[in-house]
Design a protein around this ligand. Structure first.
Ligand code: SF4
Length: 263
């Protein structure tokens, strides 16, 4: 198949009507979450004040495992889902299984559309994402962004495990902000956690973790696109390491100026 015959669908999923109350609520929640004394308190605030379905997308990495542990322990009624790109490490799927067993709660698994994957692989090849940034972004779009958008349709809130010190690009992540692309409030209840705080939390609560974290993988994505990092490297240096450092996001969280949007 030629490049031109591959016809990607629009990545956007803003099918909800615009909300005038959403940005104001996001600003209020941003301040409230900052003042809340614990992760549990922050999640309860979200459950109480965000009207409608609140989704939590977990990558099963250490940050999201901490957030999920708090959600499951408090039995909060969030729509928890994970994206199965089809290219995960076996250890990541083992983490999913162990997490469900540990907390007695099913995590919804969202897959890409088979026809999208088939068209992409027919165009670029099974490892085509290494040949050009354009190809890599197309792969992330098909395997991650579109399934995420589909899973978020109709949600009023979207919880993530983003932290400010994960990378320079996440240094200004707010606790809550209006996401005009998804037409919902994006909520980051551990935005201010340091790595030390996170590690203490998962240790104190015996949270199951991906075995790769102890093998030099602080950030775990798809198997072909993730390597272990060396001492002193940025914690996201092992993601798409053949690309330039700037803009190494998969499209799930690279919304521009989300903090400004909350103002
Ligand atoms: S991380 Fe790699 S394999 Fe996974 S969706 Fe993106 S380009 Fe494809």
């Amino acid at each position: 198949m030629t490049r031109s015959s591959f016809n990607p669908q629009p990545a956007g999923a803003a099918s909800q009507p615009p909300s005038s109350a959403g940005p104001a609520l996001a600003a209020t929640l941003d301040a409230a979450l900052a003042a809340a004394p614990s992760l549990d308190a922050r999640l309860r605030l979200i459950a109480e004040h965000v009207p409608g379905r609140v989704a939590f997308s977990t990558s099963l990495g250490i940050e999201d495992q901490a957030v999920f542990a708090a959600i499951a322990t408090a039995d909060l009624p969030f729509d928890v889902f994970t994206l199965d790109t089809g290219r995960h490490f076996p250890e990541t799927l083992e983490t999913l299984d162990a997490t469900e067993a540990r907390y007695g709660r099913r995590i919804r698994v969202v897959f890409p559309e088979a026809s999208d994957v088939e068209a992409l692989v027919a165009r670029d090849g099974i490892m085509g994402f290494r040949q050009a940034i354009e190809n890599r972004k197309a792969c992330c779009d098909v395997r991650k962004v579109r399934p995420l958008n589909r899973a978020l349709v109709g949600a009023a809130g979207w919880i993530t495990g983003l932290r400010r010190d994960q990378s320079a690009g996440r240094a200004h992540v707010p606790f809550a902000a209006w996401d005009a692309n998804q037409n919902l409030i994006k909520l980051n209840p551990i935005a201010d956690w340091s790595l030390e705080t996170l590690e203490a939390y998962v240790s104190d609560n015996a949270v199951p973790l991906n075995a790769l974290h102890s093998q030099g993988f602080p950030s775990i994505g798809c198997q072909p696109c993730t390597r272990a990092i060396r001492p002193g490297e940025d914690i996201r240096a092992g993601r798409w390491w053949w690309e330039n450092e700037d803009g190494k996001e998969c499209g799930l969280h690279n919304r521009p100026k989300v903090k400004d949007a909350a103002a």
